[in-house]
Design a protein around this ligand. Structure first.
Ligand SMILES: C[S@@+](CC[C@H](N)C(=O)[O-])C[C@H]1O[C@@H](n2cnc3c(N)ncnc32)[C@H](O)[C@@H]1O
Length: 191
């Protein structure tokens, strides 16, 4: 990932910080992560959140099984893994204290439904955070996304720019904080 996205070691560690910036130390509430993928980025963070009640979702059973195995190997037992679509979340409204989405919004096909649902299931005062690819920061990476990531259905347009993401989040959330490392934006905001 570091190589593909032209992230130095320093950039990569900043990228991880910006991705998980919305989760307080010793968090012990309800957290929804969508999509978890294989959990390669988030499971190490969950090692430090033994009292949190975590639900990790992904559309793909294959990814979910890999995440489940990785969690087992890391002896994590406070995570529930669920298959599901971000556009149709099987939870009551205002159920979670944190909704985390790492590298999801540049993949989701129905982005409006994803924004609506992640907002709906979050409590008032809760935190929506994570990171996503943003266009317009690096011509080569934008070319790579268009001609490789989209071609193999890894990414789905349209994508936000830093500015349009800020505008979009400010319409539905308060205290919006956006950070930027190369072609990634981190976001932390409050409902
Ligand atoms: C780029 S991976 C990111 C995974 C992980 N957060 C990471 O950064 O390693 C994107 C994931 O989104 C999942 N996905 C795609 N569309 C989805 C949807 N509508 N609902 C839930 N998950 C979805 C895919 O199955 C895939 O595992």
């Amino acid at each position: 990932m570091k190589y593909l996205w032209q992230l130095s070691d320093e950039d990569y560690s900043k990228f991880l910080n910006q991705a998980f910036d919305g989760i307080p130390d010793n968090f012990n509430g309800r957290l929804l992560e969508i999509p978890i993928g294989t959990g390669v980025l988030s499971l190490p963070v969950y090692q430090n959140l033994p009292d949190a009640d975590i639900i990790s979702m992904d559309y793909s059973d294959k990814m979910l099984n890999a995440a489940r195995n990785n969690a087992k190997n890391q002896r994590l037992n406070n995570i529930t893994f669920l298959q599901g679509d971000v556009g149709n979340l099987p939870f009551d409204s205002e159920y979670f204290d944190i909704v985390l989405s790492i590298n999801g919004f540049h993949v989701f096909t129905d982005k409006q439904a994803a924004y609506n649902e992640t907002h709906r299931v979050l409590k008032y005062g809760g935190t929506f955070c994570g990171c996503m690819y943003v266009k317009g920061k690096n011509k080569w990476l934008d070319y790579f996304v268009k001609h490789f990531c989209e071609r193999f259905n890894y990414f789905t347009p349209p994508y936000e720019t830093i500015e349009s993401l800020n505008e979009l989040l400010c319409k539905i959330y308060s205290r919006v904080k956006i950070t930027n490392i190369k072609s990634f934006a981190g976001f932390v905001c409050q409902k």
